[in-house]
Design a protein around this ligand. Structure first.
Ligand SMILES: Cc1ncc(C[n+]2csc(CCOP(=O)(O)OP(=O)(O)O)c2C)c(N)n1
Length: 569
């Protein structure tokens, strides 16, 4: 019988669980793990900042439904990665963060970069486990991977002391983990009762949640259940891609900028069926849809973890089961439970549809005089992007235009963070371009967000990725400026930005760089960007006056000028 290093065991276990890519910033505390990865089939993507590495891993986890994996150095590296741990918890997205720890003999003496990860990630990670015995390496790695996807998915931090990575254990390592865990099915009696309620409802609403996005067949199950049972579909925050936005049953996206009139219309539903959503604060429009603690209409809540069921709003029916399995079985109930009030149902669906079409139809706007309304860019890109394009969004006001005017087609995907953390757009674009080299990947970012993690454009150049990064450059932390205008009108403090020439910056990285200054250039430049064989930044001078897809502000002073290369001395 041979022996392996703990590092080899960990990497073998990752591969056994289907991990084919890991993100990192190299560090001396996990050299053996890097060495083991070098001999494995796992693609190691080296990034320029641990925040981006971990956010890219999180994006990969969202795309695949398997844990995204990131390895970081102790103390400073782990601290940089914390934003992704927080985000993965908020998003219910599977993430495994492997942290190299000080050698065991140096712990507890205020060691170099020493940190207690149990304390540091206590409120962020689902679990923080430290490997203390080489012989537990296989089972603990397996446990960490499974824990990140089971129940409510989330981040798991696995801490491995540097010296332990080098220790050897006899082969082959054994784990208690079964090859696969079958999905939990709904109770047949409750399923039939729910199907009966849905058939009788005049104005039901099916709310599709994020767990359906990465689950194999989740989107199809959602569409089929909706079609079979005549159910209009609203989608949870940042999951606008769950169903074709032009489908007659698509009723809207519950996000941070959903307008009150549309929310009120959706809230006039007489039955709410929420599937695969934890019913977080943004999706529920601050717990008004459904209302908390007592919803205005009967709520059916389906989630594979009992904890979120009834967490804020009391369900009439709570089903702790697999969301996709539930929808498939529900669709099969259609014949036994035909819709009763068909005419009223049709009228309800049409009303919702009209409202959604009305709010998402772009009509060109008069020139605001200080740059393009970003909606013009989104509207121009829609018809020339492939239906299965992956769109990633950073956080900021520019996203309001994307959500309002980009219509996701079947096969198209959206990657964004419901928790609103800036810095996700470019790393997520890198992750998507690596995962789907044949698809268009378009990252929408603000000028603020781009300078947080846009250095991963270097990773896109290094890996020669087809990635289009569209930077909405309004010379401002626009979202905060909008809040300032509301709370302290005319008092602009700490929100103005003097930016580099983003197109020139992209070229300096070794990629392509283009700029759009007026509407006339939109079509040509966007088409050129989409046909680039490598990464490209398209910098768009956007209007600060037209600060979001829903609001204008009065900009009395001229916006901060953009310095071009050569002027910035
Ligand atoms: C990591 C992080 N830091 C700060 C914030 C607060 N914040 C939200 S939006 C925003 C401004 C975003 O600016 P920009 O990327 O330029 O987009 P814009 O809002 O101008 O469209 C800030 C600072 C945040 N959400 N995340």
């Amino acid at each position: 019988m041979g022996s392996s290093r703990v590092a080899d065991v960990l990497v073998a276990m990752l591969a056994e669980y289907g991990v084919d890519r890991a993100y990192c910033v190299a560090g001396e505390s996990f050299l053996a793990a890097l060495d083991a990865l070098g001999d494995s089939p796992i693609d190691v993507v080296t990034c320029r900042h641990e925040a981006s590495a971990a956010l890219a891993a999180l994006a990969d986890g969202k795309l695949t439904g398997r844990p995204g994996v990131c390895l970081v150095n102790r103390g400073p590296g782990a601290s940089n990665a914390a934003i992704a741990v927080h985000a993965a918890r908020q998003e219910a997205a599977p993430l495994l963060l492997v942290v190299g720890q000080l050698p065991r003999g140096e712990l507890g003496r205020a060691g170099f970069q020493e940190m207690d990860y149990q304390l540091a990630f206590a409120d962020q990670a689902k679990h923080v486990w430290t490997l203390l015995e080489a012989r537990h390496a296989a089972e603990m790695t397996a446990r960490a991977l499974r824990a990140s996807t089971q129940g409510t998915p989330g981040p798991v931090v696995l801490v491995v002391p540097e010296d332990l990575f080098e220790e050897t254990v006899p082969e082959p390592p054994a784990t208690a983990a079964p090859a696969s865990v079958p999905p939990a099915f709904p109770d047949p009696g409750t399923l039939a009762a729910v199907a009966g309620e849905l058939a009788r409802a005049r104005r039901p609403l099916l709310l599709g949640g994020g767990l359906l996005a990465a689950a194999p067949g989740g989107r199809q199950a959602l569409r089929q259940a909706a079609e079979q049972l005549m159910l209009p579909v609203a989608v949870s925050n940042k999951h606008q891609d769950l169903i074709d936005n032009r489908h007659p049953l698509f009723a809207g996206h519950l996000h941070i900028a959903t307008q009150v009139w549309q929310r009120d219309l959706l809230a006039s539903a007489d039955l709410l069926l929420a599937v695969g959503s934890r019913l977080d604060a943004v999706t529920t429009q601050r717990h008004t849809l459904p209302a908390a603690p007592v919803p205005a209409q009967p709520l059916v809540h389906v989630y594979p973890d009992a904890q979120p069921l009834g967490h804020a709003s009391r369900p009439a029916y709570a089903l702790c089961c697999d969301p996709t399995a539930f929808l498939r079985l529900l669709a099969g109930q259609a014949d036994r439970h035909p819709v009763g009030p068909v005419a009223e149902r049709r009228a309800w669906i049409e009303r919702l549809r009209e409202a959604e079409t009305q709010q998402s139809t772009w009509s060109p706007e008069p020139d605001p005089g200080d740059g393009l309304p970003f909606g013009a860019v989104v509207a121009a890109l829609g018809p020339i992007a492939e239906p299965d394009a992956v769109i990633t969004v950073d956080a900021g006001n520019f996203t309001s235009w994307v959500h309002r005017y980009h219509r996701f087609a079947e096969g198209g995907e959206l990657l964004g963070l419901g928790c609103g953390a800036m810095g996700f757009g470019v790393p997520a674009g890198v992750a998507a371009a690596l995962r789907y080299p044949g698809r268009q990947v378009i990252a929408f970012v603000g000028d603020g967000g781009f300078l947080m993690t846009g250095s991963e454009f270097a990773t896109a150049v290094q890996r020669r990725l087809r990635l289009v990064v569209v930077v909405a450059d309004n010379g401002s932390y626009g979202t905060i400026r909008q809040h300032q205008e509301r709370a302290y009108p005319g008092r602009v403090v700490a929100t103005e930005l003097a930016n580099p020439d983003f197109a020139a910056l992209a070229r300096a990285y070794g990629g392509h760089g283009m700029a759009i200054k007026n509407e006339g250039e939109l079509d040509t430049v966007l088409k050129a960007a989409l046909s680039c064989d490598g990464p490209v930044v398209v910098s768009v001078r956007t209007s600060l006056r037209r600060i979001s897809a829903y609001q204008r502000i009065d900009v009395s002073r001229p916006p901060t000028p953009v310095l071009t290369v050569g002027e910035a001395s």
